[in-house]
Write a protein of this length. Sequence first.
Length: 153
Amino acid sequence: MPCKDALVKKIMTVSPDMSVEQALKEMKKSSLSFAPVVDSDGTLVGLFSISRLLENTLPVSVALASGGAAGINVMVPSAPGMAKRLQKYRGARVSEMMQRQFGVVDPDMSLESAVRLIRETGEPAVVVDGPSGAFQGVVTAESAFDALEKMAS
């Protein structure tokens, strides 16, 4: 079964030039925790997610070498704090905060490929037309499950 059989085509996208604050508002309205970032030509250029934004607000971890093979990670408190850092990011552009490297699947690839990607990343599988790079939609865990149930019955 190809990925296109589980494709969710109507998914909110954001522009790379949109502010993080605006993208978050739009995502909240749609009850989404992620949004594909698509340029004016319809080409997928990134993935913007709340989890990625939160990662950027976390304190840094410093690895200290120990006498043995294992190192010790020490959390350095973030300054001026997570809330202030998040506030700073709200004015940034989506292009500054989006993931630029992520897995994608082609509409004709097996659904198994999408399910593996969903399992590895915890995010929906982004579906892109290989030759053109045009964003097609996403395969979510739910849409994959629904497609598999239809196939089984």
